[in-house]
Write a protein that binds this ligand. Sequence first.
Ligand code: 5GP
Ligand code: ZN
Length: 112
Amino acid sequence: MPECLFCAIVAGDIPADIVLRTDSVVAFRDIDPKAPTHILVVPTEHHSNVGELSEQAPEAAAAVLQAAAEIARMEDLAGYRLVFNTGAEAGQSVFHVHGHVLGGRSLTWPPG
Ligand code: 5GP
Ligand code: ZN
C-alpha cells in the first residue's frame, strides 16, 4: 500500500466516497466535512502541494480546477470556495495536493 493516504485512496487501497474519477483526478467526500458539501479534489499523480503541482504538472493543475467546477455543478452549488492549504502553518495536514470544494451554506470571510 502506498505510504501517502491520498495515493492509497487513488489506488483504491483505502475506501472513500468517490464522486468523480478521471485519468488525471479523483474527487471524494472529506471524512470530516466543514460544510454541507466538502469534497477533496486530488491529482492521481503525487505532488506535495499546489505550487509544486502547477510547476511540475500544469495540465493536472488545470484538471483539478476543472473538476472543482464540475463538482460545483454536480452538487448544484450556488457558490463555492476552493481552498488549497499549503504548508503546515496554513493548515495542510496531508501532503498530497488537494483542493477543498466547500459549499452548500453561506461562507464567511476571512477564514480563521
Ligand atoms: P488539509 O488539512 O491537508 O488541508 O486537508 C486534509 C483533509 O483530509 C481534512 O479536511 C481531513 O478531514 C481529510 N481527511 C483526512 N483523512 C481522510 C480520510 O481518510 N478520508 C477522507 N475522505 N478524508 C480525509
Ligand atoms: Zn500521494
